[in-house]
Design a protein around this ligand. Structure first.
Ligand code: GLC
Length: 716
């Protein structure tokens, strides 16, 4: 701390607020404005960090300016959005979440960190931990899905993967848990829109992933653009200082989102930039991204008496501590000296991750492709779409590194006749290619129909009010279906697509999301059966857009849906059930669960209580398989209305053909607890239902009841 105190004591006010100023170098464009040339400000000590800049020479040159030409030689930190890979691009988070594989999530983050660090990156603006339950919202692609437990496990795995054995390690980068909090609940799924979330839902759903990230030691947190119940997150002192700093004892740096500080004026809570800067600093924002509001506004806020210099000092101290922990004072070029990434090839990991992120939604006896399927038409605008496979946040990824679906199939089936035609573009009105594509399908044994979204149709500022197939793809797909050839639909997208009309008519449908570098190889491996699909939906798949938001953990109604009773919570025009529930996904095996049991029927409410749940899993199929078994808990009677059920654990079961194994879950008292009236977690006495199955469809779950009993009163 001596170093930090010394530097702080020598800093002018301008140099202090300079440390709180994060500028974009513009090598990637991730926001509405740019900072222009930053050279003079770096020399003057008015820049604390730079993002959207990577590459050894460029980073070294910028760091040299700060270290050799500024008065106090305080090194910069370098940030970038490394969401799902740096140079090697892995599947988008919504896809990878479907692997339900904590170890894989950590390994891809570790690989990304090594590659990013070697390019001079010290900090990533990831993992993105917004619980997302609205496919209209483009950022669902960056999220680990709809469930808070999945998001919490994802958070911990990614933070540990990025940060490795410690921030100062050459191959480690600081993780930034984002966006704190509630962006996924934006009004009508519209990006940046206000979110109205009850305190209870905040504590049950949106806050737990960030608690997990903090517990895993994440170095930074980025508040969300949106407001929650009328308070913009960039000015939300209660959640930033009250919850993060006090309840979670988070000591890291809080970095605003892109120009979010001055946007407090548009939110209607600050009259001008100076007030916005003061409000943000007092609420707990340490670093101002891009806007210059801190650099230019905080000195004036000080003059107006809106803040104290000690408020600024506290923020500067946290930034300097982050730089010290990153090892930048010892060696400002430490990551650039790493040669590890130069030799690392993460292609095999990219293929493994892509394979394990593909969800087989339906299969009517056509997959894996049988040997007598000799002539295949691979049609559609996503068949040979290289850049789209990268997804919207691809850091230093390159389209030329991606294997397209067509390339993957041709490489996997060299002896088959594989024809190709795009048919239509991803968007636009040109249908001139439809007839030619249909003609290809007239004499084939199977059609692989590759449709979906471009990489830019999901991610930030990419909400879609009608999240179906864009452009004239539906017309095209209808024409392909009309040829009568067996159609395998391959959906490449950043969200669950509203495409029931296609899914119900295709012989099989795969959700392949946006799989990164090895997309085509992975899709071919699943279609040919070289890889048995194992992914499960991390987000519910709606039947119609009118059902959105739709997710499994809904609170019951006093009149639950009953198709036979008009006076219940239902629609006149469509079923209330989704097209596919959370956790849905087929494999090429047939698995059965039976003999659900617990070690006790009742347990005492104690911190050390443990309940063992066992279920037998049998593979009735003809190939080995990996299945994900989910365990939910239902609390039928409590002091507040609880969600219909909540995911409390999942486990993998690896089964050879014909084999059977027992899957064992060990539940703690935490699995039966929830935020009580004061939002402090508690377990209440009473009956609970444990539900186990292969997805969240209540009709398919096996259940057993247990009872939580108060600990006997020792005085009694
Ligand atoms: C963007 C995004 C945020 C990202 C930041 C820096 O606006 O909201 O997720 O980390 O700017 O690129």
């Amino acid at each position: 701390m001596e170093l930090i105190n010394r530097i702080l004591s020598e800093m002018t006010l301008e140099e202090k607020v300079g440390q709180l100023n994060l500028v974009t170098a513009g090598q990637a464009v991730t926001g509405p404005v740019a900072n222009g040339d930053m050279t003079e400000n770096i020399r003057a000590g008015f820049v604390g960090g730079v993002f959207n800049l990577w590459g050894r020479d460029a980073v070294r040159a910028a760091q040299k300016l700060a270290v050799e030409e500024s008065r106090l030689s305080v090194p910069l930190f370098f940030g970038l959005d490394v969401l799902h890979g740096h140079r090697t691009i892995f599947p988008v988070p919504l896809a990878e979440a479907g692997a339900f594989d904590v170890e894989l999530w950590g390994r891809t983050a570790r690989a990304a960190a090594v590659e990013a660090a070697a390019d001079g990156i010290d900090l990533t603006f990831a993992p993105m931990l917004d619980v997302a339950r609205d496919p209209r919202w483009g950022r669902i692609v960056e999220a680990p899905g709809e469930d808070p437990l999945v998001a919490a496990e994802f958070a911990a795995a990614k933070v540990k993967g990025f940060q490795g054995e410690g921030l100062s390690a050459q191959g480690s980068i600081a993780a930034t848990a984002k966006h704190f909090v509630g962006g996924g609940a934006a009004l009508a799924g519209r990006e940046y829109a206000a979110a109205d979330i009850s305190e209870r839902t905040l504590h049950e759903v949106y806050l737990p992933p960030f608690a997990a990230a903090v517990a895993a030691g994440c170095a930074a947190i980025m508040p969300a653009f949106n407001s929650v119940a009328g308070v913009p997150m960039t000015a939300h002192a209660e959640l930033l200082r009250g919850y993060l700093r006090t309840r979670l004892a988070f000591e890291g740096v809080i970095i605003s989102d892109y120009t979010a500080v001055p946007e407090l004026v548009q939110h209607g809570v600050a009259a001008d930039l100076v007030e916005a800067a003061a409000l943000a600093l007092k609420a707990g924002i340490d670093v101002d991204m891009v806007s210059g509001a801190y650099l230019h506004g905080l000195p004036q806020a000080l003059e107006r008496g809106l803040i104290e210099e000690t408020d600024i000092d506290a923020a500067v101290r946290r930034v300097l501590t982050l730089k010290r922990n990153l090892g930048l004072f010892e060696n400002p070029y430490r990551r650039l000296d790493a040669s590890e990434a130069a030799t690392c090839d993460h292609g095999a990991l990219a293929l493994e991750a892509a394979r394990r992120s593909i969800t087989l939604l339906t299969n009517r006896d056509i997959l894996p492709l049988p040997a007598d399927v000799r002539r295949i038409a691979v049609v559609g605008p996503l068949a040979d779409a290289r850049a789209e496979m990268l997804g919207p946040w691809y850091a230093a990824g390159r389209a030329e590194s991606c294997v397209t679906i067509l390339e993957g199939l041709r490489a996997a089936l060299p002896a088959r006749e594989i024809r190709h035609h795009p048919g239509v573009a991803i968007e636009g009105d040109d249908c001139s290619g439809v007839d030619a594509a249909c003609a290809l399908c007239a004499t084939v044994d199977a059609v692989v129909l590759c449709v979906g979204e471009s990489a830019g149709m999901s991610g930030e500022a990419a909400s879609r009010a009608s999240p179906g197939l864009p452009g004239r793809q539906r017309e095209f797909a209808e024409a392909i279906l009309a040829t009568g050839a067996p159609v395998i639909a391959v959906l490449s997208s950043g969200r669950p697509l509203i495409a029931s009309w296609l899914i119900e008519r295709a012989r099989a449908t795969l959700a392949t999301w946006l799989l990164g570098d090895m997309a085509g190889k992975a899709v071919a491996d699943v279609l040919t059966g070289r890889f048995n699909p194992t992914a499960r939906l991390a987000a519910t798949w709606p039947r119609e857009v009118g059902q959105i938001p739709i997710f499994y953990a809904t609170r019951s109604s006093g009149r639950p849906p009953d198709a036979g009773n008009p006076f219940t919570s239902r629609y006149l025009d469509i079923p209330t059930e989704p097209l596919f529930p959370f956790g849905h996904g087929l494999s090429y095996a047939q698995v059965q669960l039976y003999n659900l049991r617990t070690n006790v029927e009742r347990f005492e409410i104690r911190d050390d209580a443990e309940l063992e749940v066992r279920v037998d899993v049998a593979n009735r199929g003809t190939i080995a398989t990996e299945e994900t078994v989910f365990l939910f808990v239902r609390d039928p009677v409590a002091s507040v209305a609880r969600p219909a059920m909540e995911l409390k654990a999942w486990a993998k079961s690896f089964l050879d053909a014909g084999a059977a194994k027992t899957t064992v879950f060990t539940l703690s008292i935490e699995s039966f607890s929830f935020p009580g009236k004061n939002m402090q977690r508690r377990c209440e006495p009473g009956a609970f239902e444990i539900l186990v199955g292969l997805n969240a469809d209540p009709k398919t779950l096996r259940s057993i009841r247990v009872e939580a009993v108060p600990t006997p009163n020792p005085q009694a």
